[in-house]
Design a protein around this ligand. Sequence first.
Ligand SMILES: CC[C@H]1O[C@@H](n2cnc3c(N)ncnc32)[C@H](O)[C@@H]1O
Length: 483
Amino acid sequence: MELQNKKWTEEEFLKVREEVLNQWPTGKEVDLKEAAEYLKKIPDNKNFAKRLKKAKEEGVTLAQPRAGVALVDAHIELLQHLQNEGGADLLPSTIDSYTRQNRYEECEVGIQESIKEKRSMLNGFPAVNHGVKNCRRVVEAVNLPVQARHGTPDSRLLAEIIHAGGWTSNEGGGISYNIPYAKSVTLEKSILDWQYCDRLVGIYEEMGIEINREPFGPLTGTLVPPSMSNAVAIIEGLLAVEQGVKSLTLGYGQCGNLIQDVAAMKALVAQAEEYFKVYGYKDIDLTTVFHQWMGGFPTDESRAFGVISWGAATAALSGATKVIVKTPHEAAGIPTKEANAAGIKATKQVLSLLKEQKLETSKALEEEIKLIKAETKCILDKVFELGKGDLAVGTVKAFETGVLDIPFAPSKYNAGKILPARDNNGAVRYLEFGNIPMSKEIKDFNRELLEQRAKLEGRNVGFQMTIDDIYAVGKGSLVGRPE
Ligand SMILES: CC[C@H]1O[C@@H](n2cnc3c(N)ncnc32)[C@H](O)[C@@H]1O
């Protein structure tokens, strides 16, 4: 199938669907009409799209953890703990790494080993292997909406199973679940495969069932400049709504400077709405997600709570619809259910303390919003130009030419010429632009801010700043000052 940013016909979709549902035996459990009937019975308080819409109307920020273990009963116990003890407003099911690579045979081994060892031998919930009935057991065992969170370049079968299983949101996208998560998956394939996932949601929407889609905002989560992150989010949002997605959550990973993070969230919403209007997408229900710091964490759990609380505060002050919660075990690995619940409780304490407050506008905030929008526009204009108006084709060419370039991404299709570093206030700036088509004014401005840092630190602008910034938060500061 030729890649283009055009809504798939039902015939095109159904032709691919046969192959998708045959990728693993559980695919046979999926029956679209039966699934639609099941989804229609999901109560509003357990429908992700409806819950987000309500939060946006109320102006509250919801808290959602990440969580996933190998076996169904243990996973249910985990989610119930995060709901009842943690006070989560939305629930995940974080999917394991084998499923993310479509390696279902190895999932089977992991499930058997987990039964034998009486503990999770997978780093998430293998939803494809467990199938539709078990996904339904999960959502029927909790009182909150459930979403699949993962990092899957080819999420087609996973999407079919989790949605038929009553999970009313799927995270990911053709860029955000490829470039930061895979080495050798072409953009053509991952964008096509995610068009399938979005078209499936569009078909459910056409059957009267609201399902939410959430592109993965943070990307590599390592000093990604807000304009690059926002450009990718807006591209994935536009590709999704073309396939009929209506409930869309665009996301952003915390960088750490309050003004820049709030500005990035406001620029993201404003620019996304502008593009929906220009391209004629009406009645899109846009919400936002703010990810607490995605970089290296302090090993000390008390310090980790400091980082978690700063992320919660910024999410609240930015007016995010939801915040993705970290845990005090972040530096160690998969958290215990107790540590996971603790992260949620700390977050909700801060959200509650700040529920009457938003960051007032200021000259600095307005200037940062203007800068981020201008940088993002430089990138997106070039993407559309490269695609001769077709966003999907333009995206592929933009990665080939380094117009889209994500710092520290493992994909061989990512140019990797971009380099970020923090300015004196901790805002993330471009140290190296690679082939990213920014105006001279924007390049000079970024450079000037880094020169100011260099002057204060008595060193040259350079890659050492980037390295120091990567380790800084784990060591206890935001800007990686020379030791
Ligand atoms: C996107 C990366 C984030 O997902 C988190 N994560 C990955 N797998 C799990 C998991 N199984 N349970 C809880 N958190 C998880 C990880 O700690 C990191 O914060």
